[in-house]
Design a protein around this ligand. Structure first.
Ligand SMILES: C[S@@+](CC[C@H](N)C(=O)[O-])C[C@H]1O[C@@H](n2cnc3c(N)ncnc32)[C@H](O)[C@@H]1O
Length: 247
């Protein structure tokens, strides 16, 4: 196949550069990592989770602290702090290597109340809190919309979903064209890597844009009446957190 296969690309990210695959700053490349950087990386996840939960609870009231799900959990940056706040936490990630690293991190921190699975269908429960950050943007839109609908079906009564969605990536027309071409003809990614001074064989990280009206229709069409949007500050993109509460 000539086009980018995102699941395979994520497995390659997970195997070679798991932390950089999550937060794409050169300091988190495997060869640069040390204990201080790993602690900084993990702190960013717990800070994020605190902010999201306090925002949600400010509007919706307390969220039950029984079962939580982190969709696209990577190496456990948000999933691990989740275990401090919820009785049971589940992480879903398509990449076996990302999940293996999340499990190593959980074991290293002595955390037992954690389940890791490849697909949502493999998770048995409904959840009080469903969270996903920096994931849907990497999933082609049609598939992402299906997953969003699958996630919302797994909300327990009173449960809240917090889904981070990319609406528009701010980039020049030629970069935009380059991304479209690289998605369709993946060998072009080698060229983009060389131009951007990245390792030539670094897999592509797709950036996809969702339409807010379609997301709204999907959610409202499932009968949800409590939907809240929070803009996310990012100079490179227009992104929102969509919060949905199940009555
Ligand atoms: C940029 S990382 C973010 C990781 C984590 N959410 C965080 O913020 O620390 C994106 C993650 O989404 C995962 N992912 C991509 N497509 C996925 C899919 N279809 N299903 C589940 N996970 C997926 C990748 O393997 C990767 O670990």
């Amino acid at each position: 196949m000539l086009g980018d296969a995102p699941d395979r690309s994520w497995e390659r990210h997970g195997r070679a550069q798991a932390y950089y695959g999550v937060l794409s700053s050169d300091k988190f490349r495997t060869e640069n990592l040390n204990d201080a950087l790993l602690a900084e990386f993990m702190r960013s996840g717990s800070g994020h989770l605190d902010e999201v939960l306090s925002f949600i609870e400010g509007y919706f009231g307390p969220v039950a602290r029984n079962r939580a799900l982190d969709f696209g959990c990577g190496v456990g940056r948000v999933l691990l702090p989740m275990t401090q706040k919820f009785a049971h936490s589940t992480g879903i990630d398509i990449s076996d290597s990302m999940r293996a690293e999340a499990q190593r991190n959980a074991d290293g921190a002595g955390l037992g109340n954690i389940v890791l699975a490849r697909r949502l269908e493999d998770a048995e429960f409904n959840f009080d809190f469903i969270h996903s950050v920096m994931v849907f943007q990497h999933i082609p839109v049609a598939r992402g919309e299906e997953i969003i609908s699958g996630l919302l079906k797994r909300l327990a009564p009173g449960g809240v979903a917090a889904l981070h969605i990319n609406l528009r990536t701010h980039q020049s027309w030629w970069r935009r064209l380059g991304s479209v071409l690289r998605k369709r003809i993946s060998p072009l990614n080698v060229l983009a890597n060389l131009v951007n001074r990245r390792p030539w064989n670094e897999p592509m990280m797709q950036m996809n844009e969702y339409m807010l009206d379609r997301i709204y229709e999907l959610i409202a069409g499932m009968g949800f009446t409590c939907i809240l949007l929070q803009p996310c500050d990012d100079p490179k993109a227009s992104q929102v957190f969509v919060f949905v509460r199940k009555d």
